[in-house]
Ligand binder design. Structure first.
Ligand code: PHE
Length: 448
């Protein structure tokens, strides 16, 4: 596609909202609380905060630089910087496929919960919320809702970059903040909430600096900020030349942190108040949040609105990894955007069906899981292998292989913007971020 024909996102606010739309989603609302619950709560939060600044933001900036400079899909972008580095683009495509293999399923859960709330089924059933969740898992409905979610994503993607992606993000993100704040206030009045705050806010340092916690926190930072798999490369290819990348990345990271923090402040007090376990796992929000709603007036209405917003937040994320694959197929194989989107959606349905039909036991590299599904496997592989590898080498490429001035030029809009932060980012990208990722990676493989 020629430079002037390529679509682009509108003003400053839109760029932030679109990138934040990709970042904020199940990562902050579903994954963060359950992973934090499994890895010590406050200890995890602390390392996660550090990871966002030391690893997440610099990587996002390297991706922004690559994407906006080349204005191509992930594979095309890395290839046009250096032929030998095009594998990094394929690493991104692989990441997008792995995420497509399970994200729609979880997003489908929130769609189901929205419907079950709206029809009041969730609150009128004689079964407990845990029983209801298990019953739902055993039915045909997860596949149906995953397919519906893929259809919704497809419709937005097919409408194109400006109309679809941008408009969707503008409306959904602010609404999500408001309802989370209302819920955080409500939950503070529940009995036993204090214990939840203690779990989430007062860290045990020994646990915090265990290599396993650090790896999970870095993985969460990548996943939640959508970095390390070409997504921000693809989105930045639609940014305008005068966009302030540093400001954009900081805003995106801060908004994501805020939503994660709010999610934790809603969920942990609720978990303790309901006498549940914070290490519940992937079902955490689906069994605890209904507990918050059930005793307040208009429970079904609140619950419907909440799951609607989770659905919408997920939708602005699914469109972003769908776009990685769609832009790749359309541009690299020179097919129409419409056909590319159809192929990607079809592949997503097939992958989701595969994921839902397989259950097995894992005992591998120190990971033991009975009754694991591909949800766990795809999640682990994407956040803890594909994204760290992608991030590590994107940083190395941008700051060591490319011209020394590459990152600086792009972040300063070729010298127009002057900021003291830019040299700091350049330094981080050269030394701190890649070494940190490498160190944690090797430690976890038992090599260091
Ligand atoms: N960041 C998204 C979320 O938190 C997930 C995502 C990962 C989206 C990678 C795109 C790319 O829900």
């Amino acid at each position: 596609m020629s430079e002037n024909k390529r679509a682009s996102f509108g003003g400053k606010l839109s760029v932030v909202l679109v990138a934040a739309g990709s970042a904020i989603g199940l990562g902050a609302i579903w994954r963060f609380p359950y992973i934090a619950g499994k890895h010590g709560g406050a200890a995890f939060l602390l390392v996660f905060l550090i990871s966002v600044f030391a690893v997440g933001i610099p990587t996002m900036l390297a991706e922004f630089a690559v994407g906006r400079r080349t204005r191509k899909n992930a594979v095309g972008a890395f290839r046009s910087l250096s032929k030998r580095w095009s594998w990094l683009g394929y690493n991104g495509v692989l990441g997008a496929l792995l995420i497509s293999g399970y994200y729609y399923i979880i997003a489908g859960w929130s769609l189901e919960y929205m419907v079950a709330s709206a029809t009041n089924m969730l609150y009128s059933s004689p079964l407990s919320f845990t029983e209801q969740f298990n019953e739902f898992q055993g039915s045909w409905r997860p596949l149906f809702y995953a397919a519906m979610f893929i259809l919704l994503t497809h419709i937005i993607i097919a409408r194109g970059v400006e109309k679809g992606i941008e408009k969707a993000s503008r409306i959904m993100m602010p609404a999500l903040f408001i309802i989370l704040i209302i819920m955080a206030v409500r939950v503070a009045f529940m009995p036993g909430a204090m214990e939840g705050y203690r779990f989430f806010l007062s860290p045990n340092f020994e646990e915090a600096f265990a290599p396993e916690t650090i790896m999970m926190a870095i993985g969460q930072a990548f996943f939640s900020l959508s970095v390390g798999m070409g997504c921000m490369v693809t989105y930045a290819s639609y940014f305008k030349k005068d966009n302030n990348l540093v400001q954009t990345s900081c805003n995106v990271a801060l908004l994501t942190l805020l939503v994660s923090l709010l999610a934790g402040l809603v969920i942990f007090p609720a978990v303790f108040s309901a006498g549940l376990q914070p290490a519940e796992g992937p079902s955490l929000i689906f069994v605890t949040l209904p507990e918050i709603f059930k005793d307040i007036p208009f429970a079904a209405l609140w619950s419907t609105v909440f799951f609607l917003l989770v659905t919408l937040a997920s939708l602005t994320s699914t469109i972003s990894f769908h776009e990685v694959l769609t832009a790749y197929l359309a541009e690299e194989f020179k097919i129409s955007r419409r056909w590319a989107a159809r192929l990607v959606s079809l592949a997503s349905v097939l992958l989701s069906a595969l994921t839902l039909s397989l259950v097995f036991d894992i005992d591998f590299l120190g990971i033991k899981m009975a009754g694991a599904t591909l949800v766990d496997v795809f999640d682990y592989l994407s956040a803890n292998i594909v994204m760290p590898v992608g991030a590590l080498f994107t940083c190395v490429l941008a700051s060591w292989v490319m011209d020394r001035s590459f990152v600086k030029d792009e972040l300063s809009n070729r010298g127009v913007l002057k900021s003291r932060v830019i040299p700091v980012v350049v330094f981080m990208l050269r030394y701190v971020t890649p070494l940190l990722i490498l160190y944690i990676f090797l430690r976890n493989l038992g090599i260091l």
